[in-house]
Design a protein around this ligand. Structure first.
Ligand code: NAG
Ligand code: NAG
Ligand code: NAG
Ligand code: NAG
Ligand code: NAG
Length: 299
C-alpha cells in the first residue's frame, strides 16, 4: 500500500523515456533521403552547375539528404530511379533524355517519385508534355541578367518562410509559355516587373502575378491512374554567386525537403515502391554508373 504512490509517479516517466527511445530508433533506421541531381545539358551549359552541385552536397547532411549527382542518362532506368525519393533537374537544357530514359522517368513519377526543377530545367524536353506539366510551365525567354526584386506571395511554404517579403536578387527573370496555375501549381515567388527592364515581346500568357517559383502538391506530369508525388520549381539559380548565397540555398533546400514530405516515397511512407533505403543508397554503388558530362554545343 505504502509503496504504490512512488510507483504511480515513476510509471509515466518510464513510459515517456521508453517512447522517446522508440521514436529515436525508428527515425534512426532510415535517417537519410536519397536525392538524384541530374544536370545534363544538350543546349546552353551554365558554368554554375559544378558550384551548385558542390553547394547542395555540402548542405546535404544538415537536411538529412544524400545527394547523388550525375549527367549520365544511364541513371534513368526503372530500377535505378526507384532508389530515389526525389529527382532534381538542375539547369538542364535541351534533349537530355532518350525515349527509354523518358519512359523510365514517367514510370518513376507514376510510382510517386518527387520532382524538383531548378532554373533552366524549364527549358529541356520541350516536346514532352508530361515533363512540361511536371515542371509546371516551359521557359519562353529572359531579359538580360540584372538586379531585380522578387515578391514572396506565400510565406507559409518551407521554400519561402525565411525570405524577406521583397527579396533583392541578381538573376534572370524568366518568362514562361503558359501559366503554371493553369495545371494546379501554387505560385509562391513573383518577379516585380517594375524593378527591372524587359524589352522582349511576350507571345504567351503566363498569368499574373508574374510566376517565378511555384509548387504542385500533386505533380501534373503523372499519367492517369498514377500516384502523384510533389513538384517544386524555381527559375532562380543562374550565377555562381547565387549558389554561394545562404538565403538562396535555404530557398532551394526548403523546396527539396518539402517534396520529400509527400507520402508517396519511402522517406515518408515505408510501403512506397520508390525512394531511398539505407542498404541500397550507398554512394559507391550508385556512382559506378555515372558517366561523363554530355557535350554542350552552346556553352
Ligand atoms: C563559376 O564556378 C565554376 C567552378 O565551379 C568556374 O569554373 C566558373 O568559371 C565560374 N564562373 C564565373 C563567371 O566565375
Ligand atoms: C533496397 O534494399 C532492401 C533490403 O535489401 C530491399 O528490400 C529493397 O527492395 C531494395 N530496394 C530497391 C529499390 O532496390
Ligand atoms: C519539337 O516540336 C517542334 C514542332 O513539331 C519541332 O519543330 C522541334 O524540332 C521539336 N524539338 C525537339 C527538341 O524535338
Ligand atoms: C546588384 O545586386 C548586388 C547584390 O546582389 C549588389 O552587390 C550590386 O551592387 C547591385 N547592383 C546594382 C546596380 O544595384
Ligand atoms: C497521401 O495523402 C493523400 C492526401 O492527404 C491521401 O489522399 C492519400 O491517400 C495518401 N496516400 C498514402 C499512400 O498514404
Amino acid at each position: 500500500m505504502l509503496s504504490s504512490p512512488p510507483l504511480l509517479v515513476l510509471l509515466p516517466l518510464f513510459y515517456l523515456v521508453l517512447s522517446q527511445c522508440l521514436a529515436q530508433d525508428s527515425s534512426n533506421s532510415n535517417p537519410f533521403s536519397s536525392v538524384l541531381i541530374y544536370s545534363a545539358t544538350a543546349g546552353f551549359r551554365h558554368d554554375s552547375i559544378p558550384t551548385a552541385i558542390q553547394a547542395l552536397k555540402a548542405k546535404g547532411p544538415s537536411v538529412s539528404i544524400q545527394f547523388t549527382a550525375t549527367e549520365g542518362e544511364n541513371h534513368f532506368t526503372d530500377d535505378n530511379l526507384a532508389l530515389y525519393d526525389a529527382v532534381v533537374f538542375l539547369s538542364t537544357t535541351g534533349e537530355v533524355l532518350s525515349p527509354s530514359g523518358k519512359t523510365a522517368f514517367q514510370n518513376y513519377l507514376n510510382l510517386g517519385g518527387n520532382f524538383v526543377g531548378i532554373h533552366s530545367a524549364s527549358n529541356c524536353l520541350v516536346n514532352d508534355t508530361f515533363y512540361g506539366r511536371q515542371v509546371g510551365a516551359y521557359f519562353d525567354y529572359h531579359p538580360p541578367l540584372q538586379n531585380a526584386t522578387v515578391n514572396v506571395l506565400d510565406r507559409s511554404h518551407p521554400s519561402t518562410s525565411m525570405l524577406p517579403e521583397r527579396w533583392q536578387v541578381r538573376d534572370e527573370m524568366y518568362n514562361f509559355k503558359s501559366d503554371p496555375r493553369a495545371i494546379g501549381a501554387t505560385v509562391i515567388l513573383s518577379a516585380d516587373e517594375s524593378t527591372y527592364t524587359d524589352d522582349g515581346q511576350r507571345k504567351f500568357d503566363q498569368g499574373t502575378p508574374h510566376p517565378t517559383a511555384w509548387f504542385q502538391e500533386r505533380g501534373a506530369g503523372v499519367s492517369a491512374g498514377g500516384a502523384p508525388g510533389r513538384s517544386f520549381y524555381t527559375s532562380l539559380g543562374h550565377l555562381n554567386e547565387t549558389w554561394q548565397d545562404d538565403l538562396f540555398m535555404d530557398h532551394v533546400l526548403g523546396g527539396i525537403t518539402w517534396t520529400l514530405q509527400s507520402n508517396t516515397t519511402r522517406t515518408s511512407n515505408p510501403g512506397a515502391t520508390v525512394g531511398g533505403h539505407p542498404s541500397n543508397s550507398s554512394t559507391d554503388q550508385v556512382s559506378s554508373v555515372t558517366s561523363s558530362p554530355s557535350s554542350s554545343p552552346d556553352a
